[in-house]
Design a protein around this ligand. Structure first.
Ligand SMILES: [Zn+2]
Length: 165
């Protein structure tokens, strides 16, 4: 798996809740455009990470115990290797268009949401399939047999929002 991080702008404060960014909008746009569209299109999950307050690091208990999280991930992996045992692959990311069509069926509400998002976000065919695969994984992590509209909505949140906002 490839994991990478970038600053939102040259000074690093573009989305910071308290410290003001000193970059002009044109500078921010130029900075974020340095990553090409076709490259961004191949990334499955985008997450904006706000700064963590010192008090939170010190005082708060971690949200989800990592051993529980590990169990949930292992269960989801088992579900996936089971799903694909006749196809000879192990996980959702390996699905081609035929498998996406077969294993990522949506109900009517979810279909309507995906159609609206495809138009609004101007999604490529590749991005469209990636969203369905990520939705399938979110459903698997939740222990759900079918992809629900909430799973699709979560997957859509992880798309690049043109970065600059
Ligand atoms: Zn800045």
């Amino acid at each position: 798996m490839l994991v990478s991080a970038m600053n939102p702008c040259p000074c690093g404060f573009h989305t910071h809740p308290r410290t003001e960014c000193t970059c002009s909008p044109a500078i921010v746009a130029r900075y974020q455009k340095r990553i090409s569209g076709p490259l961004l299109d191949r990334v499955d999950v985008f997450v904006e990470v706000p700064p963590v307050e010192y008090e939170k690091l010190v005082d708060e208990e971690p949200a989800e115990d990592s051993s529980l999280l590990r169990k949930r991930v292992e269960l989801a992996k088992d579900v996936q290797s089971d799903r694909f045992k006749e196809l000879g692959f192990l996980c959702n990311s390996e699905m081609g268009p035929a498998e996406v069509w077969k294993f990522c069926q949506l109900d009517d509400t979810a279909k309507a949401l995906l159609q609206a998002a495809t138009q609004r976000l101007n999604l490529s065919a590749r991005a469209f399939h990636r969203i369905l695969k990520v939705s399938r994984t979110i459903a698997d992590l939740a222990g759900a047999g079918e992809i629900a509209v909430a799973h699709l909505a979560e997957a859509l949140q992880y798309r690049s929002r043109g970065l600059a906002r």
